[in-house]
Ligand binder design. Structure first.
Ligand SMILES: *[C@@H]1O[C@H](CO)[C@@H](O)[C@H](O)[C@H]1NC(C)=O
Ligand SMILES: *[C@@H]1O[C@H](CO)[C@@H](O)[C@H](O)[C@H]1NC(C)=O
Ligand SMILES: *[C@@H]1O[C@H](CO)[C@@H](O)[C@H](O)[C@H]1NC(C)=O
Length: 804
């Protein structure tokens, strides 16, 4: 074959014709054969014989004769495929004509096929669309490859590029062509490979072999063979409680490997509780779980439900959603009062439990931790007790009189952030205990009341206060039984038990007593009652209710009361003295003396306050022997009271003239009375003198320098004109000590001194007597004015008055 293909082949026919077999595509000029030789012709004669090559009816000659050599040469390249197409035999017929003689020979030129064409497919790319659901063994026919060559040079076989899915089946079709088919060996999966590209090669049988290829492009068509798949099987999410409605809890997502409608996923709830349906909604398109209700940790702290993802044809899968609700501090603590002692007595000891409080918080964790406190300024505190209990105890003593009720504010704060707190106010009142005695407003009271007051008039009022409550603070007044001058005090004054007003029950007499003391008790109505007492000093004030009393001369004048005046008395010599007293005191007892009538008005004067009658000029013989003076004694009260008395003066040196006195006097029968009076006076005086001497003796024994009250009196007996007791200090002012208490006479020749009252040892030093028997003393201070006129000095001294 090879040889045939390359070299022309001479085949000798029976007619003497020549057949040549040549391969196609020989070059121009190539020698096919030597006709002259093959036909047995003389090559030299060809030209002469005008040899020519006739082609039957064909325009193209392809061959020519070299007339010189007799060789048949290729004049034009012969393409068998063009010349003969798919005919199996291809020959060119020529006739060589020679003249001289005419000679004709047939020449057959057989053209042999040369593998000059590769197999060719109709298109470059073959496209297939194959459902992924196609089953194994499915066949897909392929177009044949075309090869212009024939025979062995035509397509002999196909080969398919190695791949996972397809095999190639080749079989010969009735027309003798090689037909190939793709056979599915392994199912396609669009989700793995969306397309498969294969290379199909067709080869011919020529030498050298030629081949042609085509790309087979297989597009895998989707079938809904995948269900949606969630990214996670279980979704866990923490959701703060009170998340606003509309907030997204989580977005689930499932993917479906299928495409297009087959891959469209919608979501819906799978298994879900009724509670959760109230709280969550699901967006079917996006898979977002959305809050649609109030998320309350305290109601439910955990939700679990499933979500289904579904594609168009109903393939589905499920995912579990676990929602943990996280606590927010949205519940304030609540305070509840479990027990309370109300009211509490004010005398409870510090540390006494008065109430129990319970605190709760519905939140959890730190949001549930609660601190409890109480405001600062109350005497209470909270003691933590078991669990959430606190006991409210007192921290100090209570005093209802200071604070009678408390508003205790308890504040509970949790530890959340921000912390929430709540508070509760407890009203606690303190009940009374009788712990306060009544207290008088003053430490002591003084009442001043004028003598001769109206019985029943109020003289003073006392007030005591008791801050306790109701009867524990109700004060009742009463007098403490005591005696004044031996008489129960209740006969002097009475007290109104409710008001504390003290009334005088009788008229007081200053001359009887000047003050007394009353104890008043204030007592409350508690049980037991408490009391306190106060001293009320009642001072009786003097009124000018006593007129001066003349002590000397005796009011009923008689001869004995006649004063002897020496004839030689000089001007200024003391003649006599009027002595008067006034039971009142002070100004009311300050006496002044005046001569209202006299026999010889220019002869005698009287000291305004001393009562001393003195000669105003030297007495002469011409003066009448008998002189009468009427003297008025007036106190200084308002209005003043006065008394008058008469003084009889006899100017004579001779007692013998006394009988004449009888004439002067009025009644002789009075002499007897006078002598009695004298005897009485002398005995009293003697007694008193003895007494004085006794006192002096005792005093001298006690101390070297006694203080003598009656120093003026001592001198009296030794002098005819005893130093006037009023002049002891040389100023003519009455010594204050004597002002009230002592009356000494100097003018009487029959008695040296007189006493209005008797005195005893107790009267002497005021300081000493005070301590003895207070009941019998009135104390006071007396001011004496210097009445002599030289200076306006005053002096003050304390006077103790005692009456037995
Ligand atoms: C306690 O509160 C009540 C009512 O809120 C009020 O009337 C009272 O005065 C308060 N008491 C004290 C001691 O603050
Ligand atoms: C008075 O005090 C007593 C205790 O001393 C107490 O028991 C009583 O309740 C008080 N009375 C009032 C009205 O508070
Ligand atoms: C008066 O009070 C004093 C002290 O305050 C007391 O010692 C005295 O016993 C009380 N007298 C009466 C009668 O209550």
């Amino acid at each position: 074959m090879f040889w045939l293909a390359l070299f022309p082949l001479l085949l000798r026919g029976s007619y003497g014709d020549v057949t040549y077999s040549i391969p196609e595509e020989m070059k121009r000029g190539s020698v096919i054969g030597n006709i002259a030789k093959d036909l047995g012709l003389d090559a030299k004669g060809l030209l002469s014989r005008k040899a020519r090559l006739d082609v039957d009816g064909r325009s193209k000659r392809y061959c020519d004769i070299n007339l010189n050599t007799g060789e048949l040469i290729v004049a034009e390249v012969i393409d068998r495929e063009r010349l003969c197409g798919r005919r199996l035999t291809c020959a060119l017929k020529y006739e060589i004509i020679l003249e001289n003689p005419l000679e004709s020979h047939n020449i057959l030129l057989q053209i042999q096929d040369v593998n000059d064409n590769p197999p060719k497919f109709g298109e470059d790319v073959v496209k297939f669309e194959i459902q992924e659901s196609a089953v194994k063994g499915a066949r897909f026919s392929l177009n044949q490859a075309h090869d212009a060559d024939i025979g062995l040079n035509a397509v002999q076989s196909y080969t398919l590029q190695r791949n996972d899915h397809f095999n190639l089946a080749v079989h010969t079709n009735p027309a003798g062509g090689k037909q190939s088919e793709l056979v599915l060996e392994k199912e396609l999966d669009r989700e793995v490979e969306q397309e498969v590209t294969l290379l199909l090669t067709a080869v011919d049988g020529g030498t050298p072999q030629r081949s042609g290829t085509v790309v087979i492009h297989v597009t895998v068509l989707d079938a809904n063979d995948n269900k949606p798949v969630f990214r996670q099987n279980v979704y866990k999410v923490n959701l703060p409680e009170n998340s606003p409605i509309g907030s997204v809890v989580i977005a689930v997502s499932a993917t479906d490997a299928d495409e297009g409608v087959n891959g469209e996923v919608t979501y819906g709830f799978g298994h879900i509780s009724d509670d959760a349906t109230q709280l969550f909604s699901l967006n079917p398109k996006t898979g977002e779980v959305i809050v649609k209700g109030d998320i309350d940790f305290e109601t439910e702290s955990f939700h679990e439900f499933s979500i289904q993802a579904k594609d168009s044809s109903g393939l589905n899968s499920f995912a579990n959603i676990k929602v943990d609700i996280t606590d927010e501090n949205d519940n304030a603590p609540t305070i509840s009062l479990k027990s309370l002692t109300n009211p509490i007595p004010e005398n409870v000891l510090p540390g006494t439990e008065v109430g129990i409080i319970n605190v709760q918080d519905e939140d959890s964790g730190v949001n549930k931790q609660v601190r409890c406190s109480i405001q600062q300024n109350v005497p209470f505190k909270l003691n933590p007790s078991i669990k959430n209990y606190y006991s409210l105890v007192t921290t100090s003593e209570l005093d209802r009189e200071l604070i009678s009720d408390y508003n205790i504010t308890i504040t509970a704060t949790d530890e959340g952030s921000p912390p929430l707190s709540s508070s509760k106010t407890i009203h606690l009142s303190v009940s009374d205990v009788n712990d306060n005695p009544p207290v008088f407003e003053e430490q002591s009271y003084s009442a001043y009341v004028s003598e001769n007051n109206k019985p029943g008039s109020s003289i003073c009022s006392v007030t005591a206060r008791d801050p306790d409550w109701r009867q524990n603070g109700t004060v009742v007044y009463s007098l403490v039984p005591s005696e004044v001058n031996g008489v129960p005090v209740s006969s002097y004054v009475s007290i109104n038990g409710d008001t504390g007003v003290i009334h005088a029950l009788r008229a007081f007499d200053y001359e009887q007593f000047r003050s007394f003391k009353v104890q008043v008790v204030a007592r409350d109505n508690g049980s037991p009652p408490l009391s306190s007492n106060v001293t009320v000093s009642v001072f009786v004030a003097d009124e000018n209710d006593n007129s001066p009393q003349i002590l000397y001369p005796a009011p009923a004048g008689n001869s004995l009361m006649t004063e002897m005046v020496p004839k030689a008395a000089l001007a200024g010599s003391l003649v006599s003295k009027v002595i008067a007293v006034d039971a009142d005191s002070g100004q009311n007892a300050w006496l002044s003396y005046q001569i209202v009538k006299s026999t010889d008005p220019g002869l005698f004067t009287i000291g305004l306050h001393s009562g001393e009658i003195r000669a105003q000029r030297d007495i002469s013989d011409s003066d009448g022997m008998k002189q009468n003076l009427v003297i008025s004694v007036k106190d200084n009260g308002q209005p003043s009271m006065s008394t008058t008395c008469a003084v009889y003066l006899l100017i004579s040196d001779n007692l013998a003239e006394v009988p004449e006195l009888k004439d002067m006097s009025y009644e002789g029968k009075d002499s007897k009375l006078t002598s009695y009076l004298i005897i009485a006076l002398v005995s009293v005086s003697t007694f008193f003198l003895t007494f004085i001497i006794l006192i002096l003796a005792v005093r001298f024994c006690r101390r070297r320098k006694p203080r003598l009250l009656f120093d003026g009196a001592v001198a009296i007996p030794s002098a005819y004109f005893p130093p006037n007791y009023a002049e002891v200090d040389g100023t003519g002012t009455l010594r204050s000590s004597y002002n009230y208490d002592a009356y000494l006479t100097t003018g009487s020749r029959t008695s040296d001194f007189k006493f209005v009252r008797s005195y005893n040892d107790n009267t002497l030093p005021a300081e000493m007597t005070l301590k003895k028997s207070p009941d019998h003393f009135l104390e006071g201070s007396i001011t004496t004015l210097n009445t002599a006129g030289e200076s306006n000095e005053s002096s003050e001294c304390n006077v103790a008055l005692y009456w037995p």
